[in-house]
Design a protein around this ligand. Structure first.
Ligand SMILES: *[C@@H]1O[C@H](CO)[C@@H](O)[C@H](O)[C@H]1NC(C)=O
Ligand SMILES: *[C@@H]1O[C@H](CO)[C@@H](O)[C@H](O)[C@H]1NC(C)=O
Ligand SMILES: *[C@@H]1O[C@H](CO)[C@@H](O)[C@H](O)[C@H]1NC(C)=O
Length: 222
């Protein structure tokens, strides 16, 4: 009897914890180059729009989902030289490394852990990015890039972005500098098929590291 109980509780424990570490959905991670390059300092290729960092498979709690099938792929062969390549050069440029290095590294570190095949991974990431113009979403709630001053409350950022995604799915990441909390990345929860935005689970918001007031920054030279 006791042994049976022990067995049963072990089983429950196993099922719970394996399930908890399963792939659940994706995060579309976008970088604000002005915030990111502030931290990098060296040779960072600034853009005036949000660029893709990657599409990351995560568990239900928003932790990195790690499979054991990581492997590299020849990205040039995968994406060819057509429209997908052009879109990737625009929306997914390497700010501190070559575009191709970034794409290869993102496929290796994240894409290959996901259920998607390489071509779908790159295509769907671009399609998702095209659905959301975050600079416009922020401008619509009165947030425009500034060198300093003019911070806005994090709830204003989230409102502006949630208006275009239609979901409570905006995770904000900042870089703390002398000028305050500079927005550096926006992560959006995306379904397991990498096609639609979804609400994030409440736990996922814990990885936000911005203070209450955030600067949508611009580097000085502009
Ligand atoms: C900075 O970028 C330019 C143009 O991409 C390159 O020629 C130069 O070698 C880079 N410098 C450093 C220090 O990486
Ligand atoms: C990827 O494929 C292209 C074209 O087939 C080839 O020229 C290139 O050397 C390959 N890259 C790597 C890293 O193997
Ligand atoms: C979004 O979700 C978080 C976490 O569950 C919650 O605290 C917050 O109130 C929600 N915001 C809106 C606008 O629904």
């Amino acid at each position: 009897m006791e042994i049976k109980l022990l067995f049963l509780s072990t089983l429950v424990l196993l099922v719970c914890c394996i399930a908890r570490n399963n792939f659940d959905h994706f995060l579309l991670v976008q970088t604000w180059p002005h915030g990111y390059c502030e931290r990098i300092q060296r040779n960072c290729s600034i853009r005036n729009y949000f660029v893709i960092h990657g599409l990351w498979p995560v568990t239900a709690k928003g932790k990195a989902f790690l499979s054991r099938k990581r492997k590299r792929v020849n990205v040039s062969d995968t994406i060819g030289r057509g429209n997908l390549f052009k879109d990737m050069r625009y929306y997914w440029p390497g700010l501190t490394k070559t575009d191709l290095n970034l794409w290869e590294d993102q496929w290796f570190a994240h894409g290959s852990d996901s259920p998607l095949v390489p071509l779908d991974y790159f295509q769907r990431t671009i399609q998702l990015r095209k659905l959301v113009d975050l600079v416009k979403a922020l401008r619509d709630v009165g947030i425009v890039p500034r060198y300093k001053g003019f911070t806005h409350h994090k709830s204003t950022y989230r409102q502006g972005i949630m208006k275009i995604t239609g979901h409570n799915n905006t995770i904000l990441k900042c870089y703390s500098s002398k000028r305050g909390h500079l927005l550096s990345e926006v992560m959006l929860c995306v379904d397991a098929d990498a096609r639609n935005f979804i609400d994030c689970n409440p736990e996922e918001f814990q990885q936000q590291n911005c203070g209450p007031d955030i600067l949508f920054s611009k580097v000085k030279t502009m």
